[in-house]
Write a protein that binds this ligand. Structure first.
Ligand SMILES: [Zn+2]
Length: 74
């Protein structure tokens, strides 16, 4: 089974949060447990893991479900 653990680094306070990536959806809104600020993915990314984690989300290759909005801007 794939390793779903990822380290999400908050761009505001630098806090490293260890999270488990869901495989059935993408996390587009994430609240930093340290500073409570809301993280959102960068424009070209499908989820906060792609933008702020040390690795992109597992579904980045088959991310059509969550990439529909982004693709309309491409
Ligand atoms: Zn933070």
């Amino acid at each position: 089974m794939a390793n779903l653990n990822a380290t999400l680094t908050c761009p505001h306070c630098g806090h490293d949060a260890h999270e488990v990536m869901p495989t059935d959806r993408c996390i587009v809104v994430y609240e930093c447990p340290a500073c409570a600020r809301t993280l959102r993915p960068k424009t070209s990314d499908c989820c906060v893991f792609c933008s702020y984690a040390h690795r992109p989300c597992l579904s980045v290759a088959n991310c059509q479900s969550c990439g529909e909005d982004a693709s309309t801007n491409a």
